[in-house]
Write a protein that binds this ligand. Structure first.
Ligand SMILES: *[C@@H]1O[C@H](CO)[C@@H](O)[C@H](O)[C@H]1NC(C)=O
Ligand SMILES: *[C@@H]1O[C@H](CO)[C@@H](O)[C@H](O)[C@H]1NC(C)=O
Ligand SMILES: *[C@@H]1O[C@H](CO)[C@@H](O)[C@H](O)[C@H]1NC(C)=O
Length: 599
């Protein structure tokens, strides 16, 4: 069993990975000891003087040549958004009613954060305390700066910008910084707030640059691959640095948008150069992995090795690696054919090996993005697992269909989105579980609902736990709250995640289909009902609970609730011109960055 040491700290998309010769489990347990991480007193144990002058620390591995941002004539990129017509008075009134409810949910959370956790990382929404797993740098506040702008909360925004000035982005209150999480939440948040406020507050770009210069030091390794769980103090003291022998592919592959935007805004090419080196390595290895075109979960940045791990997914640990290919194409105004090729080379094997149609009642034709691994015989085996984290794929495929004129893919995107909608609607709480197992159909003829097949699949997926020969399958179904179609619910929690509404929002802006708005509203009400606390909103333990029962709250409210989930809910009920997909590209933390050619 390999449990890489680098994976000891788990955040949003990071889960413990256990690989052995015979089985592989994704244990979707979030890092639960976060509250035990250093509290405000930590700063006293920092070994370096702060602020750290990162720019003045001489690099140990200076770059010898710098790749500049691509220039030239941008190719025309097809329009992404639907041509929305004039809305009726009735529709407008209903839309605004819904939007107001979302804004109230945001304000309720914000009030709780301000009262109990201001300038701390997260509020604990049941006990009214706080957590500092991100180094006590107000992650909830920084991550929500752009949401405040989008929702028109001017006073709250000004107050947050004042708070921002007090945060030192040259150090962190934790010894090992998660470079990926810091990039997508903080750097993405700052850059987006800068873009959306039209550069009105110089603090935003100043702080982004301060943080960018700190993160840039994580790339100071012999092959310039970044250290993903980074001992920043050693770096500040000029200690030895080497790239990780093992890292999660999403963590090295999802830095491009933020670093590119920082170069575009500062005019300093070094940030873009840093991430372009990663894209080049990915391109070089894409066709030499165990499933050519796809990247495995684990890769070796140190050895630049991509052909060892045999597990593939668009869910947690790889997800945003893929998402960033089409998005980087947009951010570079279509001037990077490399990003287009990376995406198009990945999407075909994904359709073949990862996306599957599950057996469900009513025979609805939906798709789920599952996992694949190589069998010992060398063939690719589908693992028919669903994950909330993988729900971003519908939006990504829809975006790729539009910008690369892959017209046939829009239907795939729709089915992927329908898969996540189904998973919400199938639960008594109306909220999708974190992870589960389904029954794959092998061909459309094979997909007629069949209760015997369902029961057999339930038995087989529990066979390791019980003597299922003697266990009545109905007892298992009742005990675990399995609805028809679920072979097992491996993790029944809902952690306030955004991926489903994210894809529904993108597909809505592309197609204009009002059914998607109605669906979003149903989901919002369900989430609101199941997760609201007196202080904010909380992750919950079990979405399979029968209707009318009080859900168990887990006392966690990660910053993506206000940065992503509520932002996408708000935007699907806004006028379509607010943060148009033809002007902005969203990073994986829902931070819109301005596409340059849009002016
Ligand atoms: C990888 O293979 C695809 C075809 O499957 C091809 O289009 C692409 O150019 C290849 N990439 C590289 C870097 O050779
Ligand atoms: C997009 O693809 C369709 C065929 O699928 C083709 O008819 C159309 O000309 C293409 N549009 C562009 C802009 O390439
Ligand atoms: C949420 O709760 C309200 C009030 O109790 C109820 O009317 C509504 O049907 C619920 N909605 C969902 C989707 O659970």
């Amino acid at each position: 069993m390999i449990i890489p040491a680098v994976m000891s700290r788990l955040n949003r998309r990071i889960v413990v990975l256990c690989v052995s010769a015979t089985f592989f489990i994704l244990a979707f347990r979030q890092f639960t000891t976060r509250s035990e991480l250093p509290s405000p007193t930590f700063t006293s144990s920092i070994r370096v003087d702060h602020p750290v002058k990162w720019k003045d620390i001489p690099p140990q591995h200076p770059v010898t040549s710098m790749t500049p941002l691509p220039t030239g004539e941008s190719p025309s990129i097809p329009k992404i958004q639907h041509d929305f017509g004039i809305e009726t008075e009735n529709n407008r009134a209903e839309r605004l009613h819904r939007q107001t409810a979302v804004k109230e949910a945001f304000l309720h959370t914000w009030k709780g954060y301000k009262q109990y956790a201001w300038l701390q990382d997260e509020v604990t929404p049941v006990t009214g305390g706080f957590k500092n797993g991100f180094g006590q740098r107000a992650v909830t506040m920084v991550d929500a700066l752009d949401t405040l702008i989008i929702m028109g909360l001017k006073e709250e925004f000004e107050e947050a910008v004042k708070g921002l000035k007090k945060i030192d982005f040259t150090t962190a209150g934790i010894p090992r910084l998660n470079v990926f999480e810091t990039t997508i939440r903080y750097l993405g948040g700052l850059l987006s707030a800068h873009d959306l406020s039209n550069g009105k507050h110089h603090t935003l770009l100043d702080k982004a640059t301060e943080l960018g210069d700190m993160l840039y030091a994580a790339f100071d390794t012999a092959n310039r691959m970044p250290i993903t769980r980074w001992d920043w103090e050693t770096a500040a003291l000029g200690g030895h640095q080497a790239a990780d022998p093992q890292a999660l592919s999403a963590e090295i592959g999802s830095l491009t948008l933020e670093f590119t935007r920082l170069s575009q805004l500062t005019g300093d090419p070094k940030y873009f150069d840093a991430v372009q080196r990663i894209s080049d390595v990915l391109e070089k290895h894409q066709n030499r992995t165990k499933i050519p075109g796809l990247f495995p979960i684990l890769v070796s940045p140190l050895r630049e090795e991509f052909d060892v791990d045999e597990t593939f997914t668009m869910g947690g640990m790889s997800d945003s690696l893929y998402e960033y290919f089409p998005k980087q194409y947009l951010l570079l105004g279509g001037l990077s054919d490399q990003s287009r090729k990376l995406y198009e080379t990945a999407i075909e094997p994904a359709k073949k090996h990862l996306f599957f149609r599950p057996l469900i009642p009513q025979d609805q034709n939906i798709l789920i993005s599952g996992n694949a691994r190589l069998s010992s015989a060398g063939s690719v085996k589908l693992e028919p697992d669903g994950q909330h984290l993988a729900c971003f794929t519908g939006g990504m495929v829809a975006l790729g269909a539009r910008i690369f004129n892959r017209t046939g893919d829009l239907d795939i995107a729709r089915k992927l989105v329908d898969g996540c909608i189904w998973a919400y609607d199938s639960m008594p709480t109306g909220v999708m579980p974190e992870t589960f197992k389904m029954i794959p159909c092998y061909g459309d003829e094979d997909c007629k609902w069949d209760i015997t097949k369902w029961h057999a699949a339930v038995k087989s997926s529990y066979s390791a736990d019980y003597d299922t020969l003697h266990q009545d399958v109905q007892d298992i179904i009742t005990a675990d709250g399995l609805q028809p179609g679920y072979a097992r619910i491996t993790d029944p929690r809902y952690l306030l995640r955004p991926e489903a509404i994210e894809s529904i929002f993108i597909l809505y802006r592309i197609t204009g289909d009002p059914y998607l708005q109605d669906t979003a509203w149903r989901m919002f009400e369900a989430i609101h009902n199941a997760t609201k606390t007196d202080i904010a909103y909380s992750a919950i333990a079990d979405v399979t609970l029968p209707q009318g029962k009080e859900t168990q709250k887990l006392d966690e409210c990660e910053s993506f609730w206000t940065a992503e989930t509520l932002k996408y809910f708000y935007l699907i009920f806004s006028e379509p011109g607010l943060v148009s997909l033809d002007e902005y590209v969203f990073n994986t933390e829902a931070h819109p960055l301005r596409r340059p050619q849009a002016g």
